[in-house]
Design a protein around this ligand. Sequence first.
Ligand code: SAH
Length: 253
Amino acid sequence: MAAPALTTQPVPGLPYGRPLAAAAHDSRPAAPALVPSGLGLDSSAVRLAMVSRLAAQGLSEPAVLQALAAVERHRFVDSALVNQAYEDTSLPIGLGQTISKPSVVGRMLELLIQGRSRPLGRVLEIGTGCGYQSALLARLAREVYSLERLRALHEKARDKLRPLRLHNVHLILGDGMLGYPKGAPYDAILSAAGGDSIPQAWLDQLAPGGRLVAPAALASGRQSLVVIDKTDQGCVQTVLEAVHFVPLKSGLA
Ligand code: SAH
């Protein structure tokens, strides 16, 4: 596989030249998988097999692999889709939204922590969705603030996360385009929804030395994964591979 194209300014610590998920990511629902995963009573073997496949594709950050191995993705999807929970596929979570495929989630989490000398402190997540990625972030960061604009999904995620007792995850019903100033500054900001630009509020709320990872359709009009590092010299933007995330929308619903 080729290295990510479309790079603007290289940033130390990014995986240039590594064959990490260089193919275009697609977070839209795929056709139903024909191979049942056979979750049975214990899903850990199926989950570990998923993690092995992701590692074989290039995902290498141990903390991310451990989190993917620990969090039970099947608990976050509707019961009819449980057999596809450990396929590398995006799945519908209701209201036209999707849970991203595990390789995309892993890729974004890896970008968040790569090159950091210290563990993540406060992290802002835009688009709680079903709460799966929030549960992963809870294992990688000290505090997670996760915003969702759709009340029904916010409440569903709250119900899914409650039994996990993740005391460092704060779910907020709110418009993520405004960020969440109360928790700022953030060591990392991660968006699971993409607009035409990166909202200024996110840049303002990013801590010095912090990193933002989000899909956005910048100048080319094509949605790509964008990484922004807040350095002493200002914000440095890197555009990585093409992706397909649900739209970033303003206001609550
Ligand atoms: N990471 C999520 C993926 C959810 S899909 C998961 O693990 O399930 C993206 C989510 O972003 C959707 O739920 C959508 O409603 C939400 N979203 C879109 N625009 C938003 C905004 N301005 N503020 C908060 N959430 C937003």
